[in-house]
Design a protein around this ligand. Structure first.
Ligand code: MRU
Length: 351
């Protein structure tokens, strides 16, 4: 998508360097970070410099290409395997990460010559990122059919182009609807504790000139009850075989208030998010992040100084589960690159 008139992806590789938009500094600073080692990529994923399931996946894919380049230099296969394990250990919930890494590994398995292995790894990582963009565009096309002129749409977290390679999942239908000339308003949950909604979704929608309101995480039930929301669309980090969905913490509660208020609740995700090995949501690993994210808020003050402010009393404990599971029964439909499916039929999206 465009930033100040120039097209960007959230992650890309050029001359053996992996570049990402540093999402920790947005919305105040737009900065590109270049990484030459797998360790740097792993750290960027773990610390959420780059985040969102498909973007994590593409970063992992490029990370394998970097691991292959290092292997070509020092020749230790044990070291290569350690680097792959490091990438896989960064964030446990997003299925795209594992899917993408295995995609690139598969492409080099049958190559014997080291230069051919490097070429294949770089090529398939690029292919993975391009396919991801194509899938997100299709999600936008299918999903925009759900949006009528004048719709007021709620979303949670950031499932926009920053969270994918381009276009987004939950936001892609919104971008298409805008291009189709539909008048829309978006209600953006701020999404404590990392504030992906307040910081990133709001920044994206502003860049696209889409009318939106950031709301506190507790406001949606009230707005739905008052008849101010027509549709809710969220992304997904992993979808189980039975259609249960893991997504940003708080998604489950949003699905419940949507159900109670008869508001259609859609999940938008590429099929790379589907994990048929997990029979239901209870088998999806849920990441628990550091207490620090709950105790502190971070950001730039009006003078441009980076600040970290504590909001809880010193010494208290916090819990920070990063995702929750929304049972399939609360989901109206899942928008994929192959069409819109009922959650219990999600396997059909792969055929
Ligand atoms: O912890 P994050 O910011 O990586 O979580 C992101 C989400 O939960 C998104 O909704 C999900 O990855 C879908 S992204 C298109």
């Amino acid at each position: 998508m465009l930033v100040n008139g120039r097209h960007y992806r959230s992650v890309w590789m050029e001359k053996n360097i992996v570049y990402v938009i540093n999402q920790k500094l947005l919305p105040q600073k737009f900065e590109i970070l270049g990484m030459k080692t797998v360790e740097e990529v792993a750290d960027a994923i773990q610390t959420m410099v780059i985040r969102g399931a498909p973007a994590i996946g593409a970063s992992g894919a490029y990370g394998v290409a970097l691991a292959m380049l290092t292997y070509a230099k020092n020749g230790f296969s044990r070291d290569f395997e350690d680097k792959i394990s490091l990438l896989k250990s960064t964030r446990p919930t997003a299925h795209d990460l594992f899917h993408a890494i295995d995609y690139v590994l598969d492409s080099i398995r049958n190559e014997t010559d080291i230069n051919k292995k490097i070429k294949a790894a770089k090529k398939s990582a690029e292919e993975y990122a391009n396919q991801s963009i194509k899938a997100c565009k299709s999600i936008g096309m299918f999903g925009s059919e759900l949006i009528k002129d004048g719709f007021r749409i709620a979303t949670h977290c950031n499932a926009g182009w920053l969270a994918t390679v381009d276009w987004g999942t939950a936001l892609s239908p919104i971008y298409f609807a805008k291009r189709q000339g539909k008048r829309i308003k978006v209600f953006v949950d701020e999404t404590r504790p990392v504030l992906q909604g307040a910081r990133l979704t709001s920044w994206e929608l502003r860049q696209e000139g889409i009318e939106h309101y950031v709301i506190s995480d507790n406001a949606l039930g009230y707005l739905m009850k008052k008849g101010e929301i027509d549709l809710m669309i969220v992304g997904a980090d992993r979808i189980a075989k039975n259609g249960d969905v893991a997504n940003k913490i708080g998604t489950y509660e949003k699905a419940l208030v949507s159900k109670d208020n008869h508001i259609p609740f859609f999940v938008a995700a590429p099929t790379s998010t589907l994990d048929l090995k997990c029979k239901s949501g209870s088998e999806i690993p849920i990441e628990e992040r550091s207490e620090e994210e709950v105790h502190y808020v971070y950001g730039f003050d009006d003078k441009g100084e980076w600040r970290r402010l504590r909001t809880t009393p010193k010494g208290v404990k916090a819990r920070n589960p990063a995702f929750d599971i929304t049972p399939a029964k609360y989901i109206t439909g899942i928008i994929t690159e192959n069409g819109i499916f009922k959650p219990h039929n999600i396997e059909m999206a792969l055929r």
